[in-house]
Design a protein around this ligand. Structure first.
Ligand code: MRU
Length: 356
């Protein structure tokens, strides 16, 4: 089983300790979340981020809220509503909160506190096992690709869908970790992922694991794909509609379009909790619009090694900042899930099967 080098989140008594991802890749800082508001703020400011990890954190957030206050339906409704409002796109958040609701609501008030911790910790443990399964199914896929190719495999990814984004090994990076553990030679192209630069988190993860990688500007993806430099693209997902349209970090659809033009397979790795059968297609997926400031400035280290935010654009410049985009199912070769690889065309039938 993959062991996270540093826990992305853990219970400590009646509070949580998270790895603050806004400080990475420069500093490793853990932060204690002792109240419902602490947990909600950590999710909305992206101290914790990545769809599965957001779900795990929200579930634990319900336990934190009940531990610190009342456990009646008013308190439960309040905790669920506050956490639900933190970020709109990743459906894992709603999925985890619905699961907490279904487990806790029928219980007498006096046993809800302990049950909340148990259920939330079960969600986290399951997430780690799910990542492991995605890794193994993805490894089988990578093996077929590398056999076909006959040399070290070159995979492109976007954003961060590694262990930092989950309670386990990750989703898109899980097959890469499994490949490394099984001696497959590979190289990973990591796109910077402006404006929040989650690609730097991916580069940090891969460097720590000793996996060869190359950081590239987001705009380099099309050229590298068209030049035949990439054998496969694997990304994570925040919400997958019933028809397979997939919301993921903004910039994903450009890679999918370029991959299709270049004849390179494009895979989405995600747990079943990321599939939203209630949403028929990508048009109904809510896309988070974040602060313009994220686009207008950039953060890095200054000459003394201190993190600094510097302004890029002139005062008064308008900026659009959609945090996600939707890749049409027609551009996706397959979904790597804990149940195996699902061809995009088979998805509607697969989803009907798991609902019954
Ligand atoms: O805004 P973020 O950093 O939470 O967005 C994360 C992504 O888009 C990831 O690619 C996705 O959640 C998959 S994480 C396993």
């Amino acid at each position: 089983m993959f062991a996270q080098p540093i826990a992305t989140l853990r219970r400590d008594g009646e509070s949580l300790v998270i790895l603050d991802q806004t400080q990475l890749p420069w500093r490793v800082v853990e932060r204690r979340l002792a109240t419902l508001q602490d947990v909600a703020d950590a999710i909305s400011t992206m101290q914790v981020r990545g769809a599965p990890l957001i779900g795990c954190t929200a579930a634990l957030g319900v336990a934190v809220a009940l531990a610190a206050g009342d456990t009646d339906d008013v308190a439960l409704n309040h905790a669920l509503a506050v956490l639900r409002a933190t970020r709109p796109t990743a459906v894992n958040l709603v999925w985890a909160l619905n699961r907490m609701d279904a487990r806790l609501r029928p219980l007498p008030f006096d046993v809800r506190r302990e049950a909340a911790w148990d259920e939330a910790e079960a969600i986290c443990a399951e997430d780690a096992s799910i990542c492991e399964a995605i890794g193994l199914h993805g490894l089988n896929l990578l093996r077929t690709l590398s056999v076909r190719d006959g040399r070290g495999l070159r995979v492109m990814t976007h954003c961060n869908a590694g262990w930092l984004a989950t309670a386990g090994a990750g989703t898109a990076l899980a097959p890469i970790y499994a490949a490394k553990a099984n001696g497959l030679k590979m190289k990973v192209f990591v796109s910077e992922t402006r404006p929040r630069n989650q690609g730097l988190l991916t580069a940090w993860e891969l460097a720590s694991a000793g996996i060869g990688h190359t950081l590239m500007a987001d705009n380099a993806a099309g050229w590298l794909l068209m030049q035949g430099e990439v054998d496969a693209v694997i990304v994570g997902a925040d919400r997958i509609a019933a028809n397979g349209d997939t919301a993921n970090k903004v910039g994903t659809v450009l890679k999918a379009l370029a991959a299709r033009a270049a004849g390179v397979p494009f895979y989405v790795a995600a747990p079943l909790s990321t599939f939203d059968a209630a949403v028929p297609d990508g048009r109904a997926i809510p896309i988070e619009e974040r602060a313009a400031e994220e686009v207008l400035s950039v953060e890095g280290l200054d000459g003394e090694g201190h993190p600094r935010r510097v302004r890029l654009a002139r005062e008064g410049t308008c900026a659009a900042n959609p945090a996600f985009d939707v890749t049409p199912a027609t551009l996706i070769s397959g979904f790597i899930t804990e149940r195996g690889l699902i061809a995009a065309g088979d998805l509607p039938e697969f989803l009907r099967g798991i609902q019954t």
